[in-house]
Write a protein that binds this ligand. Structure first.
Ligand SMILES: Cc1cc2nc3c(=O)[nH]c(=O)nc-3n(C[C@H](O)[C@H](O)[C@H](O)COP(=O)(O)OP(=O)(O)OC[C@H]3O[C@@H](n4cnc5c(N)ncnc54)[C@H](O)[C@@H]3O)c2cc1C
Length: 373
């Protein structure tokens, strides 16, 4: 029997799952909290890894469309120390296997691939209750209720679907990113634009760093990363934007001016993004009629692969369901076992990568970890 699938969350995971299910002839509805597809800027660049994100796009029949979105030159990498000394300057030779795309372009590719009206916008889930027999009721903030044969929670870090299968709640990971941008970078911010290069740049020291990405429209997008405790974060969140900038500049005292300019000279107010994580071994017992994918299932500190893994979850789950529509509980349980194993391995790799980026031997540790054979 083919059942209707209700996907909560229209991020990359939820949309890619909907695409695969529709390609396989299965009815699906996506319930997304945002009021419309243009309600929120999607921001930022994502590198799509060959073995995860790109594999997912192939499984969804969208790899050719993806190739048209690639930001040529975006795989260039620079590593600097806090004085602006360049320790690594690797141009994009097109062989890196991780082409960069704008997150918003990727989301548009997915949205445009769906049947009209697949996504119900402005549908913010409040809670899920069990109706018995593997069926669930979705209760939305606007008071509406939908009964679903099958529910997939693709609703990200603060998933409202998760409590049905797991009591785990994301915890602050002791790492805060502050997001800033330089527009018209080459014209107006020459020294910082040169430091950033044409792709990604990592300026590193123990416990803190500046990560930048060049976007196609001459914007340099920066994450100022600081490993700090919860009390420090709470203090920062109480400050006004000017004081946030001056506090960050104090944290980065002695750094080269072309690097601190990513704070002092940024456009608009900085955005504080505390990093949260689920337990690294987060799992749940198979639960009839409901599952989670992406950040809802395995939120981790960013290691450059969260979106890639979320998309692979979605592609694998979509095909697993379509392959065994009469045995969905079994198909989903075996998918979950694969997802748990993959995300635990990725979490361990992520810890080691973050240690290389911001550990006590940074920036030299990152050269050894990522760039030496
Ligand atoms: C600073 C930072 C940098 C990152 N950089 C990278 C990177 O370079 N590469 C990479 O691969 N990953 C990166 N990640 C990780 C990546 O962003 C996530 O892993 C990825 O977005 C997860 O996709 P998702 O679809 O599971 O969740 P999300 O992208 O969070 O999508 C969830 C969707 O659900 C919707 N939603 C939420 N709550 C509800 C609700 N109650 N009802 C209905 N809808 C709801 C949201 O509006 C959203 O559209 C980064 C993360 C951070 C924080």
């Amino acid at each position: 029997m083919t059942r209707d699938i209700a996907v909560v969350g229209g991020g990359l995971a939820g949309l890619l799952l909907a695409r695969v299910l529709q390609e396989r002839g299965i009815r699906v509805k996506v319930y997304e909290a945002d009021a419309s597809r243009t309600a929120r800027s999607q921001g930022g660049m994502l590198d799509m890894h060959e073995d995860t994100g790109q594999t997912a796009l192939r499984m969804a029949g969208l790899h050719d469309g993806f190739k048209g979105l690639i930001h040529e030159g975006g795989q260039a990498i620079r590593v600097l120390d806090q004085h602006g000394t360049v320790l690594l300057d690797r141009p994009d030779d097109g062989q890196g296997g991780r082409p960069e795309v704008r997150r918003g372009d990727l989301r548009d590719l997915l949205l445009n691939s769906l049947h009209p009206d697949t996504v119900q916008w402005g549908a913010k889930l409040a809670t899920v209750t069990s109706l018995g027999g593997g069926r669930h009721a979705l209760h939305f903030v606007n008071g509406s209720v939908v009964h679903a044969d099958w529910v997939v929670g693709a609703d990200g870090a603060w998933s409202k679907v998760r409590p049905i299968v797991s009591s785990s709640v994301p915890q602050y990971a002791g790492l805060t990113y502050v997001e800033t941008w330089l527009s018209n970078a080459d014209l107006n911010h020459g020294a910082s634009a040169r430091a950033a290069g044409r792709g990604a740049m990592f300026a590193l020291a123990p416990g803190q760093g500046i990560f930048t990405h060049r976007e196609p429209n001459d914007i340099v997008h920066a994450y100022i990363a600081m490993q700090r405790d919860a009390a420090w974060l709470e203090g920062l969140q109480k400050e006004n934007p000017e004081t946030v900038v001056s506090r960050m500049l104090a944290e980065f005292a002695g750094w080269a001016p072309e690097l601190t300019h990513f704070m002092a000279g940024a456009d608009g107010p900085p955005v504080i993004r505390p990093i949260y994580s689920l337990p690294l071994d987060h799992t749940w017992a198979p639960t009839p009629g409901i599952t989670l994918i992406g950040d809802a299932a395995h939120l981790r500190p960013p290691a450059g692969d969260g979106a890639n893994l979320a998309m692979l979850d979605a592609a694998e789950l979509g095909h697993a369901i379509a392959d065994q529509p009469d045995r969905m509980n079994e198909a989903v349980a075996s998918f979950e076992a694969r997802m748990f194993e993959r995300s635990a391995t990725a979490a361990q790799d992520g810890i080691e990568g973050m240690q290389a980026l911001l550990g006590e031997d940074a920036p030299h540790s990152v050269l050894k970890f990522f760039f030496q054979p």
